[in-house]
Design a protein around this ligand. Structure first.
Ligand SMILES: N[C@@H](CCC(=O)N[C@@H](CS)C(=O)NCC(=O)O)C(=O)O
Length: 216
């Protein structure tokens, strides 16, 4: 297999990069990483060297270019045979909650930007933000109750869905979301995860700050 290279943004701020990187770690595939610093005068020029969208993450494997977090997870799931529940009906739910994250929760994503190393930030909680938090709480409760028997993750074993929601866990941790007990237990599993801890340690070491993402 040709080597894999994952192009990512700042570990402190790039939530889409985290999703792809975390899933690749859990899938057990080897990869090199290239970090492009976000929010600089030449960020776009650097990104254009690797992919067509002017965004990260991008996965390169020789001539192959995959330029979206969920598409990267799908490709790596195909390479590794890991990442989606075996039963088609359960897999369909895992894909639904992953897609719901990928295409939604815009209020949460804009009012509570991922800032992995920040703690004890507080913002005004609008009705739309509260609705996003409640829906995510519901998803986590539902998946854990119906499919979580075999392990600590949303579908028991680690899946793409866990990678998709990991940045939400970091946001809830930073901004102090009010969530149910079951959701807090799920958050604890995510925060204890060794791969996520590795990412967080690296995020702490980064010297760069993006003012627009320093909220609360
Ligand atoms: N739908 C894309 C979104 C990727 C995205 O928006 N990435 C952000 C970083 S988290 C980005 O590259 N923004 C461009 C920039 O900051 O210059 C995905 O899922 O990969």
């Amino acid at each position: 297999m040709a080597p894999l290279t994952l192009v990512i943004g700042n570990k402190n701020y790039s939530s889409w990069s985290l999703r792809a990187w975390l899933f690749m770690r859990h899938a057990g595939v080897e990869f090199e990483e290239i970090l492009i610093r976000l929010d600089t005068a030449d960020t776009r020029e650097h990104m254009d060297r690797y992919g067509p969208s002017g965004r990260v993450p991008v996965l390169r494997q020789g001539e192959l270019c995959v330029w979206d977090s969920l598409a990267i997870c799908e490709y790596v799931a195909e390479l590794s045979g890991r990442g989606w529940p075996r039963a088609p009906e359960v897999r369909a739910v895992a894909r639904s909650v992953s897609a719901e994250m990928h295409s939604g929760f815009t209020t949460l994503r804009s009012l509570w930007p991922m800032n992995a190393r920040a703690r004890n930030r507080r913002t005004a909680v609008t009705a739309a933000l509260e609705a996003d938090v409640e829906r995510i709480d519901e998803i986590w409760n539902d998946c854990r109750a119906r499919f979580g028997e075999g392990g600590p993750w949303l579908f028991g074993e680690y899946s793409v869905a866990d990678a998709m929601y990991a940045p939400v866990v970091l946001r809830f941790n930073t901004y102090g979301a009010h969530i149910s007990q079951a959701a807090r237990w799920y958050m604890a599993s995510v925060l204890e995860d060794a791969a996520l801890q590795e990412w967080l340690q690296a995020a702490k070491q980064e010297p760069w700050t993006i003012d627009a993402d320093e909220v609360g």
